[in-house]
Design a protein around this ligand. Structure first.
Ligand code: ATP
Ligand code: MG
Length: 304
């Protein structure tokens, strides 16, 4: 388990982290979701020991990472938000350089590099200079550079920034495979969809404060339980009074709009309608989303 305890960090007068704490179980994807300037990168720089906190501690498997930096650097792989690759070298040369920094021998370094380049879909580009890569290819290379020493814990700081949808899906699949292999992933994003798609546990961070932690479902249940249902009904002529008692009902169009306290109440509504022989032609569920959670917790919207 990774334990992050009461991290505080200022840059001169800017208080970037105001006491951030969280725990990450092994073998899951934990993600920090928050807008620009929330403190995501600062948190990751501290956990990767690139930056010292003003206060607070970090433990992996009960061991203090700042007191065991050498040990931790072997266990942990950090993929920075800013690309950290050499444009004048090929993809393979970049990887081998990194592998050798981690002490892999020549042939091991090459084997591991080729393996990861192929897995991330850069097989055809292995021997091309990075300056000829597209933005998405550079991002993918940047990603595997942090994995070359086979770390147990992987920190990915916005690894899909500026990437098209298809390539994103490939990266998600790659990351999900890493989790299946037992890796523990920490990830940052400001994209709600990404958090919903990928994170087992989400930490919502804003202004240096971690506002809430939990699975997407749990967060919705706790912070945005109310759901808006929009139904188009048929076969409802005999039940106008009943339907009007449920919510806003239009007898001519068969359109029913109602608020239910939580997502788990939807099944009960459907059952009631079914039992009266009312047919549901169409149903839209609105409100039960991470977007509403974010709005309720921070008082503002998070635009993708
Ligand atoms: N080197 C620095 N010097 C001064 N202020 C900094 C520095 N790095 C970060 N900050 C400030 O600290 C706060 C947190 O920044 P951080 O980079 O951790 O946010 P972030 O959540 O990663 O944002 P983004 O989504 O834009 O990457 C911001 O107010 C930022 O301006
Ligand atoms: Mg950042």
């Amino acid at each position: 388990m990774l334990e992050v305890k009461s991290l505080e960090r200022s840059y001169e007068e800017v208080k970037a982290l105001k006491g951030v704490s969280f725990k990450v179980e092994n073998g899951i994807i934990f993600g920090l979701l928050g807008p620009n300037g929330a403190g995501k990168t600062t948190t990751f720089k501290i956990v990767s020991t690139l930056l010292n906190p003003d206060n607070g501690e970090v433990f992996w498997e009960g061991k203090n990472i700042f007191e065991n930096k050498k040990w931790w650097k072997k266990k942990m792989g950090y993929v920075p938000q800013e690309l950290a690759i050499y444009n004048e070298l090929t993809g393979l040369e970049n990887c081998i350089l990194m592998a050798e920094l981690y002490g892999l021998s020549g042939s091991d370094a090459k084997k591991k590099s080729v393996y990861l380049l192929e897995r991330i879909g850069l097989k055809d580009k292995v021997n091309h200079k990075v300056k000829t890569y597209s933005g998405g290819m550079k991002r993918r290379l940047n990603l595997i550079m942090g994995l070359i020493h086979n770390p147990e814990v992987i920190l990915l700081d916005e690894p899909t920034a500026g990437i098209d949808v298809q390539t994103k899906v490939k990266i998600y699949d790659f990351i999900k495979d890493l989790v299946k292999e037992g890796k523990t992933i920490l990830y940052t994003t400001h994209m709600l969809k990404e958090a919903e798609e990928l994170f087992d546990i989400v930490g919502i961070i804003d202004n240096g404060v971690l506002k809430a932690i939990g699975s997407v479902d749990k967060l919705i249940e706790e912070y945005a339980p109310s759901v808006l249902l929009e139904l188009r009904l048929k076969n409802m002529e005999k039940h106008i009074d009943f339907l009007s008692s449920l919510g806003e009902f239009n007898g001519e169009t068969g359109f029913l709009k109602l608020n239910v306290p939580s997502q788990s109440d939807i099944a009960g509504i459907i059952e009631k309608l079914n039992s009266k022989g009312i047919i549901i032609e169409n149903m839209v569920i609105k409100g039960a989303s991470l977007e509403t959670v974010f709005l309720n917790l921070t008082g503002r919207e998070l635009r993708d």
